[in-house]
Design a protein around this ligand. Sequence first.
Ligand code: PEP
Ligand code: MG
Length: 596
Amino acid sequence: MSFEISEHSAASEEIVLRGVPASPGIAIGKAVVLKKDGIVVEERSVDDPSLELDRLQKSLERSTYELEKVYNTAFEKIGSDKAKIFEAQLLMISDPIFVDAIKRRIVAERKNAEFVVADEFSRQIEQLRKSDSEIFKLRAFEIEDVRNRIIRNLADAKLKSRFEGTPIVVTSELTPADAVLLSRNAVLGYASDFGGARSHASILSRSLGIPAVVGLKEATKHAHDGMDLILDGYRGVVVMNPTGSTVKKYSERKSWCERLDAELLVEANEPALTTDGRRIFVEANIELLEELPLLKPHGADGVGLFRTETLIINSEAIPDEETQFEIFKKAAEEAYPNPVVYRTFDIGGDKMFVQDHAEANPFLGWRGIRMMLDRPELLKDQFRAILRASAYGKCKIMYPMVATVDEVTRANEIFDEAKRSLDSQKVNYDKKIEVGVMIEIPSAALLSKEIARHVSFLSIGTNDLTQYLLAVDRTNELVANVYEEFHPAVLRTIKYIIDAGHDAGVKVAMCGEMAGNPLATVMLLGMGLDEFSAVSSVLPILKKIIRDTNYKSARKFARQLLKIDSPAEIKKSLNEYLKTRFERIYFTTISEENLD
Ligand code: PEP
Ligand code: MG
């Protein structure tokens, strides 16, 4: 995420900002800057607390009215599942315990309503912020949004949500409510200083089909209303004050990107069959039920990874069996007849919180299956929930962060216990349900064949596999240049896992980020990978590449690549390959250059 001034002219120089691509598409238009001045709350003593209670009541009513509007718009545009975030915000406002606590403090402490509201919310927010988990920090952000809404309404201030024309909205933080409410205008795109691709606001932007780039750091510093802007949601780039030639370049790119997207979506539901007849399964990674409606239009052959730990974040606790069952059942029904692979909670690492003490090295600590094996009752509940859902669709189960064969056999024993408990209660489930293991720790990679003997499939998690093979923290920007999925050690390990899985007679999938990188598709296909699982929007591209590739030639190409010992050389070959064979895909997703 850097910032460069590409031309040295004074007042309106072209500025290029780089952030995180959050929703694909290219937008060219004028900026509208949505100012969200920091909320300053003063502590005041009041003589008459009843006046404060009155103000609080009015603010809560106004906030409820606003949130209901957001909820209804979200419901109409993108359906009930996605609108749920706002239901949760509404619940927060109407929670009698929470509201009563605020009221009691106003009366007892004789303080102004803003101060008590801010103080009460801050406790929750601070607790979540302290967590190492990116997702918990996002949750804090949502609670903060509710707090700011109530405080803004106490001050009777209105946020601008109606715009003329077709703007690109630039803001410091895009909240889920912003993403929905602002979409009632003819918004062309969203650009924000903060945020990540996995935030709710980013997911909503993708569902609304509005291109977005987040995490630009300094977008609001440079932007002003009416400024010319280009937003590239494929690569995460925003150009301010573009020159005539930049506008021309992006206008051309925009039209051929749109054509390519439209063409690929038409054929997205064709199977991914290589020219010489090898069938590959291309599936979606999901974190939330809200992503399920994306499966069919993008041609997903099912869900290859459901990161179930996201449920904990959404409910702020480990959901009970019944709650999990309802969610898993919905996913199974929606994906049917295709399968859903439910990964058991991968808590720990950068993802959580449950332990009371901070670990010195959370990525090497109490994480994934290790934690669940220490809490067998939680694992059993989750197994029972998935097993019960399997009566409504095709379900599979997968264990994360496995390092030893013994972990697999112990988890399998708990799985058998869960089955027996359902049998004794005469509860129906799929007796042939498959269990698999994520291979994402080097020791598990070396033991792939032995592990495969105890399960029905393997799925390679390249995000962690790269982290652990290269000893590089996947979240540390200081060593981001060392984090290299195309490192020969990573590629050779992937090949080793695929071969070992096949020797043991099981299918091998990949659900790490590499599976969704078009640069890697032909190489992985040539290594013999059976299934790719990646974010929905990229699936039509992967299918297109697979359908236009000959498996035998891909094998030969992969063999050559595996002999190279420099990541740069490997990537050079892959870039050349994609550029010559899949020029339009290359220029849409990889290259900074225009298609001539
Ligand atoms: C992986 O490690 O590659 C993976 C898919 O799991 P996560 O990113 O959730 O750790
Ligand atoms: Mg992982």
